[in-house]
Design a protein around this ligand. Structure first.
Ligand code: FES
Length: 121
């Protein structure tokens, strides 16, 4: 397993990301709720550059007591990553696809040492 230096941890702001090339393999490193997560930049649908997609809060549809729904809302504490190719949506913390439970992002091993971030592939 090869380890690659991503850069200083402080370079990735809360809610931000850094997509790095590790000898031809791209990895996206994201900061969520203070912690870092890393995913391979390959969408499990058709191999699109998922880590370069937009980040949105998960959309929810509250159901009233009478069973009706009238509006959409956002779960602000559940950031989702939307693949730029076909719009598949992934939970940024778990990598799980919102619409297809069996589909997940591939994680990359992450290590922080002395304020510097490394990924292992
Ligand atoms: S390649 Fe990502 S949604 Fe299709």
């Amino acid at each position: 397993m090869q380890e690659y230096c991503v850069g200083p941890a402080e370079a990735i702001a809360e809610g931000g990301r850094l997509v790095v090339d590790c000898d031809g393999i791209e990895v996206g490193v994201f900061r969520l709720k203070g912690a870092l997560v890393a995913w391979h930049n390959v969408c499990p649908h058709r191999q699109g550059p998922v880590c370069q997609g937009r980040i949105y809060a998960r959309v929810i549809e509250p159901v009233a007591a009478d069973g009706t729904t009238r509006l959409l809302a956002y779960a602000e504490d559940e950031p989702h990553l939307v693949c730029p190719w076909h719009g598949y949506e992934f939970d940024l913390e778990t990598g799980r696809c919102q619409g297809r439970a069996a589909m997940r992002l591939r994680p990359a091993r992450l290590r922080e040492d002395g304020g510097v971030v490394y990924v292992s592939l």
